[in-house]
Design a protein around this ligand. Sequence first.
Ligand SMILES: *[C@@H]1O[C@H](CO)[C@@H](O)[C@H](O)[C@H]1NC(C)=O
Ligand SMILES: *[C@@H]1O[C@H](CO)[C@@H](O)[C@H](O)[C@H]1NC(C)=O
Ligand SMILES: *[C@@H]1O[C@H](CO)[C@@H](O)[C@H](O)[C@H]1NC(C)=O
Ligand SMILES: *[C@@H]1O[C@H](CO)[C@@H](O)[C@H](O)[C@H]1NC(C)=O
Ligand SMILES: *[C@@H]1O[C@H](CO)[C@@H](O)[C@H](O)[C@H]1NC(C)=O
Ligand SMILES: *[C@@H]1O[C@H](CO)[C@@H](O)[C@H](O)[C@H]1NC(C)=O
Ligand SMILES: CC(=O)N[C@H]1CO[C@H](CO)[C@@H](O)[C@@H]1O
Length: 407
Amino acid sequence: MQKAWGAVSLILTLCALIYLVLWINLSEHFYSKTIIISALILSPHGNTSLYKTEKPFHPTERELNITPIPVLYKKNFTKLPVWDFEDVYLRDNQPRKPTCPKSFQTTEDHEFKEAVLPDIQLWLYKGHLNITEWNRLAHFNNPFGFMEYNYNEVKRAVDLIPKPKSSILLPVPEGSKDGCIRCAVVGCGGILNDSKMGKEIDSHDYVFRVNGAVTQGYEEDVGNRTSVYVHTAFSLHSNIRSLKKYGFNNIPQDEGIKYVLIPEGMRDFDWLQGLLQGKVANGSYKGVSPLKFFNGHFNESRFYVLHPDFLRYVRNRFMPSKQLKGIYWAMFRPTNGAFALFLAMHTCDIVDAYGYITEDHHKYSNYYYEKFKKTRVIFYINHDYGLEIKTWKKLHDSGIIRLFQRH
Ligand SMILES: *[C@@H]1O[C@H](CO)[C@@H](O)[C@H](O)[C@H]1NC(C)=O
Ligand SMILES: *[C@@H]1O[C@H](CO)[C@@H](O)[C@H](O)[C@H]1NC(C)=O
Ligand SMILES: *[C@@H]1O[C@H](CO)[C@@H](O)[C@H](O)[C@H]1NC(C)=O
Ligand SMILES: *[C@@H]1O[C@H](CO)[C@@H](O)[C@H](O)[C@H]1NC(C)=O
Ligand SMILES: *[C@@H]1O[C@H](CO)[C@@H](O)[C@H](O)[C@H]1NC(C)=O
Ligand SMILES: *[C@@H]1O[C@H](CO)[C@@H](O)[C@H](O)[C@H]1NC(C)=O
Ligand SMILES: CC(=O)N[C@H]1CO[C@H](CO)[C@@H](O)[C@@H]1O
């Protein structure tokens, strides 16, 4: 009996060995495999390892046999699917600690205070995507997650994004008396035409701009400084072409400027791969060299990509459009300007918003640079302008931001 068992266990061990050797050869992660092998191959007599391992044993996901979940499709849902982890977000373990007596964290507004997560993870970067994390985020449509996307394609791009030195986007200005960070966030709304707000905007510690942030020729109304430029691959690429006639020849390129990408879809991950490796290999921008749009002002140490959890947090907690309950649920997302404004609220203490949509928008052109042609605001189905109007007004009325309005 003893002998028979010995023979069986010898055969089994040999089989396992052959299997493992094949596995190692086929594996891209040789090192982690050697660890599991040393931990797995145990004889009945105790520890007999092929390899000695000094490191404590932490099984990786592949070793635990976790694989990406089957793809979920938007069209299989007739309204926004709400998962029990819908409202769970990645947190930053080193969040900004405001030194200003007034900040959105000190608001009296209870509803807002309850919604805010001061330590929400703002940035996406290398190492953030593993299969466990993917399997959570693959439940949410873009830009709030990775539904319908391919793990390897997204991961390849995310793993190129440099980890920011600090999660703090903007330091308290040197010589600040009160420890406060004052920011102007400038949208492109026609309300800024003939507003003469340029000086006031530029007097802030930092100026955020978004999309077609043309300043040359409009300085009196919108200022000329840009500290943070928020964009998507599409907004950058298309505005450079379509807004040339308004003087938008370059994206903002101030010294020390920070560039923030909203990854709204797969084309942004393709774009990212091109930006960080030279040329876009796939998708709508195949062959494009994104770096050329930055004219030498791109620096990885000043480049940030927003985390899908931050974008979903903004939608779920501050802008839950009624559209999410209907068949077109997957089309809705807040505007780039909305994301930029919430980013400013999470990275500054005092936020003044200019060029954001107001109730009386019909009095102005669509964009401030359309000085001579009054175009009606086009309401695209992917945005909920009514909701944005209400949201900015509400934030203004409760003193959380100051919204530029004209009467
Ligand atoms: C097995 O290895 C571990 C870690 O090296 C050691 O602590 C333990 O005493 C070993 N057990 C036997 C039976 O040798
Ligand atoms: C996967 O990534 C998340 C987010 O970065 C992290 O919290 C988690 O510990 C990682 N899981 C594994 C098994 O590495
Ligand atoms: C903005 O305008 C001011 C005043 O005209 C000028 O001093 C400054 O250099 C300009 N800044 C930029 C970034 O163009
Ligand atoms: C481009 O897309 C194809 C097909 O989806 C994929 O096999 C390939 O890995 C992608 N290449 C890159 C660089 O993402
Ligand atoms: C990027 O910025 C860092 C930090 O400011 C600086 O040390 C580095 O030289 C810059 N790199 C390039 C290529 O300009
Ligand atoms: C922009 O302001 C100027 C000066 O007040 C005005 O003449 C022009 O009609 C305005 N443009 C639009 C499109 O409202
Ligand atoms: C359950 C269900 O309806 N599944 C469908 C989801 O969408 C994919 C792609 O269109 C279909 O192949 C599935 O049959």
